[in-house]
Design a protein around this ligand. Structure first.
Ligand SMILES: NC(=O)c1ccc[n+]([C@@H]2O[C@H](COP(=O)([O-])OP(=O)(O)OC[C@H]3O[C@@H](n4cnc5c(N)ncnc54)[C@H](OP(=O)(O)O)[C@@H]3O)[C@@H](O)[C@H]2O)c1
Length: 439
């Protein structure tokens, strides 16, 4: 185990044991209620996937406590209803909307969910991607993908793409920065090792074996999906920035619960160490929700101020743990890997290269030219679930033609990340019709 700050364990163990505040007001022992104290989130709407998890439930409680509406998503409507009922019992006048039918391992179901969300005509301030398959035996999603990669990364990549237009429009019309918070994990350090040509194996994304059961390891597979979450957040943020839209993306490590602590210390002598750490290192739902809630709801200035500590450019400030930016692993900070993952995700979802690029809100006259389907619900209308008749060339070479490292090197340079403003030179700020809240 490395003791680089932010690597699994060391920093968090010390931070949690000693109650460190990470150089800011908040730290490992802070709760979501503490980090959101004083915030008025009235008028904001957050969508939370995996809302039936203890983390999702606590986030829903605290965000509604601060006045936001939370749309709780689950595969099963009754589970979403149960969360909504629990939160309404705890928070007076809590604005919670329950939605079932979100199976992130099923692109058609994800598309239907996004359409159903858009049909509610709610604004969308933030998406919190909390759902996960965790260290499960090998299984495939409805779409035939390995379940960790398919649900934890690809499903969220798809959902965020489908709802991106809603986020961008809401940010433009409200003036409040939109947020995408992708719940990652410090376990991302333990992704698969992949050999690059004749070089030694390095920890990275195993593009060539994403859906293989050969050599499958549940911890590595979970870690790989969490690395993908961190890379997705970094690349998504870069693309929001390039598009000039007022939306920020973060990856957040909530901290470990007892179950994940045991997994993280699953090495010789690890269980004794874990026993020592238990209670000090592990987090409750209240403390686990703090980092995620901060990334989702804190004022832009508060987060930017904290991010500047690293002096490594904005990308470095995307990964947060213990309520502060934290240095993620080397592969999680690799822009080439992030772009290769983005392009491969588009390909796996049957999109054209560059299709998932966030587009700036356009002026009414520009979107009017598109006809009735135009800008409204664009994310969903423009998305394609089924692979196109002629699938685009893969940015990553086929499994048996190259080693994984060679495949990454072969990924074409990102050409289309930059977008330019419309002819008017404006990004359509303030021109999107403000939507009515559900209540
Ligand atoms: N627990 C930890 O120690 C720890 C540490 C670091 C990071 N994290 C991260 O924190 C998040 C929550 O973890 P947790 O352990 O609290 O989760 P959990 O209790 O195992 O719950 C998993 C959630 O994912 C949802 N889910 C699973 N498969 C899905 C699918 N195919 N489509 C849509 N939703 C699906 C489930 O929702 P439904 O069954 O209602 O559909 C459930 O709410 C995860 O992102 C995890 O990686 C956890």
């Amino acid at each position: 185990m490395s003791c680089e700050p932010g690597s699994l364990g060391c920093h968090s163990v010390l931070a949690a044991s000693l109650g460190w505040r990470s150089g800011g007001r908040f730290g490992a022992a802070s709760t979501a209620e503490e980090v959101t104290e004083g915030l008025d989130l009235a008028g904001r709407v957050y969508l939370i996937t995996g809302a039936s998890s203890p983390l999702g439930r606590e986030l829903t409680r605290v965000l509604t406590l601060r006045g936001a509406r939370v749309v709780v998503a689950s595969r099963v409507a009754e589970r979403a209803e149960a969360v909504a009922a629990d939160v309404r019992a705890l928070v007076r006048d809590a604005a919670v909307t329950a939605m079932g039918g979100l199976d992130l391992g099923d692109a058609d179901a994800t598309r239907r969910f996004a359409s159903a969300f858009c049909a509610r005509a709610l604004p969308l301030t933030g998406i919190i991607c909390c759902a996960a398959v965790t260290c499960a035996p090998f299984a495939r999603t409805a779409d035939g993908r390995e379940s960790h990669f398919g649900v934890n990364h690809l499903g969220h990549f798809h959902l965020v793409h489908l709802l991106c237009g809603e986020l961008i429009r809401t940010a433009a019309s409200s003036g409040v920065q939109g947020r995408v918070v992708i719940v990652s994990s410090n376990a991302h350090h333990f992704t698969y090792r992949v050999r690059r040509g004749t070089h030694r194996a390095v920890r990275t994304i195993g593009f060539a074996n994403l859906d293989d059961d050969v050599g499958y390891d549940p911890v590595n597979a979970y870690a790989q999906s969490k690395l993908a979450n961190a890379l997705h957040a970094a690349e998504l943020h870069e693309r929001f920035r390039a598009a000039g839209v007022n939306v920020a993306a973060f990856a957040a490590h909530p901290g470990f619960n007892e179950r994940e602590l045991a997994r993280a210390f699953d090495f010789p002598g690890g269980s004794a160490l874990a026993a020592l750490m238990r209670g000090r290192l592990t987090k409750t739902p209240e403390t686990a929700a703090a980092t995620v809630a901060r990334c989702a709801a804190a004022e832009r200035r508060a987060l930017e101020g904290a991010g500047s500590d690293f002096g490594e450019g904005d990308r470095a400030g995307r990964y947060h743990a213990d309520c502060a930016p934290r240095r993620s692993s080397l592969p999680a900070r690799d822009p080439r890997l992030a772009r290769a993952l983005w392009e491969e995700s588009e390909r796996l979802l049957g999109m054209k290269p560059g299709e998932a690029r966030p587009a700036p809100e356009r002026t009414r006259s520009e979107s009017g030219r598109e006809g009735a389907g135009g800008e409204r619900g664009r994310g969903v209308v423009g998305a394609r679930g089924a692979p196109s008749a002629e699938p685009p060339a893969s940015p990553v070479a086929p499994a048996d033609a190259m080693t994984r490292g060679e495949a990454i090197a072969a990924a074409p340079a990102l050409a289309a990340a930059k977008t330019t403003p419309g002819k008017s030179g404006r990004w359509g700020l303030g021109l999107a019709p403000a939507k009515k809240a559900e209540d």
